[in-house]
Design a protein around this ligand. Structure first.
Ligand SMILES: Cc1ncc(COP(=O)(O)OP(=O)(O)O)c(N)n1
Ligand SMILES: Cc1nc(C(=O)O)sc1CCOP(=O)(O)O
Ligand SMILES: [Mg+2]
Length: 208
C-alpha cells in the first residue's frame, strides 16, 4: 500500500463553494501527494455524495491521488474510493474496518491520547486530530488543542497523525514540530483566492 499523503483536502460543499474546481487546482500542483476526503453536508443525499465521489475519483485516478469518503462508507465502497474517515457520530472504528476490509485506508477522529490508542487498536490506520486552532468551518467543536494537544496524541500512537482545524501554511511548521505527520484543511484551500498557489504553500510548509 502506498504511504499516506501529508496534505488532505477536505471538500467544502457549502452553498457558493465549488469543490471540484478546488480539487482540480490542488491536484494540478500536488498530484499523487494529495489525499482528497469527500465530505458533504449532512443534508446531502447519498446519491449526491456518490456522484461527487465519482467525479472526484475521475480527477484523482489519472494522477494517482488518494480519495477517501467521510462518514458514508457505503458510498466509499460503491464508488471505489481507497477508504474512509469516521468520528464519534459515525460507525465505530472496528465496525468501519469490517465494512471496508483490511486493506482500505481508514482514518478516525481522536482528540486525546486514550481515545487515540483505542482507535488504533480498533483498526484505524491514521488519526485526524483537532481542532488545532479556531475554525469557522464546523460548529460545535471543543476548544482548540494547539500543537501541545497534537504532541500528546502523536507521542501515544504509532500511526500518522493528521492535524485538522484552522490549519494554514503559517501554522503547519509548529504542528509538524509537534509530531503531526500531515494536515487536513477545508478553508485554507476552499476560500483561497488562488487554490493552486495555496496548495503549493501548504506543500512547501509540509516539506520542512
Ligand atoms: C482528517 C479528519 N479529521 C477529523 C475529521 C472529523 O471527523 P468527524 O469527527 O467524524 O466529523 P465530521 O467531519 O464527520 O463532521 C475529518 N473529517 N477528517
Ligand atoms: C471537519 C472538521 N473536523 C474538525 C475536528 O476537529 O474534528 S475541524 C474541521 C473543519 C476544518 O476546517 P478548516 O480547515 O476550514 O478549519
Ligand atoms: Mg464524521
Amino acid at each position: 500500500m502506498p504511504s499516506l499523503g501529508r496534505l488532505h483536502l477536505v471538500t467544502d460543499t457549502r452553498p457558493g463553494r465549488d469543490p471540484l474546481a478546488v480539487v482540480r487546482a490542488a491536484l494540478g500542483v500536488a498530484g499523487s501527494e494529495l489525499v482528497v476526503q469527500v465530505r458533504v453536508e449532512d443534508s446531502a443525499t447519498d446519491r449526491e455524495a456518490y456522484d461527487l465521489t465519482c467525479r472526484i475519483l475521475d480527477l484523482c485516478r489519472p494522477v494517482g491521488a488518494t480519495c477517501l469518503v467521510n462518514d458514508r462508507l457505503h458510498v466509499a465502497l460503491a464508488a471505489g474510493a481507497a477508504g474512509g474517515h469516521v468520528g464519534a457520530d459515525d460507525l465505530p472504528v472496528d465496525a468501519a474496518r469490517q465494512v471496508l476490509g483490511p486493506d482500505a485506508v481508514l482514518g478516525a477522529t481522536a482528540r486525546e491520547p486514550v481515545a487515540a490508542a483505542r482507535a488504533v487498536a480498533a483498526g484505524a490506520g491514521y488519526l485526524g486530530v483537532g481542532p488545532c486552532h479556531a475554525t469557522t468551518t464546523k460548529d460545535g467543536l471543543p476548544a482548540p488543542i494547539g500543537p501541545d494537544g497534537i504532541r500528546a496524541v502523536a507521542d501515544a500512537v504509532p500511526v500518522p497523525v493528521i492535524a485538522i482545524g484552522g490549519v494554514t501554511a503559517a501554522t503547519v511548521p509548529a504542528l509538524r514540530a509537534a509530531g503531526a505527520y500531515g494536515v487536513a484543511v477545508v478553508g485554507a484551500l476552499s476560500t483561497a483566492a488562488d487554490p493552486a498557489r495555496a496548495t503549493a504553500e501548504l506543500l512547501g510548509a509540509l516539506r520542512w
